[in-house]
Design a protein around this ligand. Sequence first.
Ligand code: ATP
Ligand code: MG
Length: 188
Amino acid sequence: MRIIFVGPPGVGKGTQAQRLVAYLGIPHLSTGEMLRQAMEEGTEVGRLSQAHIQSGKLVPDEIVLRIMDERLDQPDCRRGYLLDGFPRTIKQATALDEFLAARQTPLCGALELKVDEDQLVARLASRGRTDDEPEIIRERLRHYGAQTSPLLDYYRRRGLLHEINGMGTQDEVFERIQRVLSTIGAKK
Ligand code: ATP
Ligand code: MG
């Protein structure tokens, strides 16, 4: 099972991703988490990413692509994975297609989580990460609209996009995700 989560910052991708990977028994590959860990460890990738993340900009594609290409080769990815926060640009999506073709492992689906904009801001504001300041949140939402939302059409055209209502309780959202996965043949 190889699945992508798409949706704006604060929509609840991370929360639902954690539940879903526990349910499916596949790794959760969050580029945001990987980059934050690299910053904590002070690696080269971390140093190169810091200013972008703290100002709400996207980290350059070549950095993100480098860590993802390496990560997909780890043995735990053999049975599949859930991508959270990647791809975030059309360039990343076309590179991912190349990574998948080279490994002969097609994508099973892209799940779009959707909530009202005031919900997004409320969820982000309650989280307290240093890139969750109001003006940085606005910057991230702007990048989502400009650079990431074109991915929705990219996957829709390929028949891979599934829209999921992200409003309501975590349990309700998770049930909707499970229902969609059963239609695309996800096995536990
Ligand atoms: P969530 O949707 O889980 O609430 P989020 O999408 O706001 O969270 P992360 O996915 O954790 O946040 O990403 C945090 C930051 O890391 C981004 O604002 C961006 O700077 C950087 N980042 C993460 N993934 C990518 C990516 N694929 N390409 C470029 N930058 C990225
Ligand atoms: Mg996240």
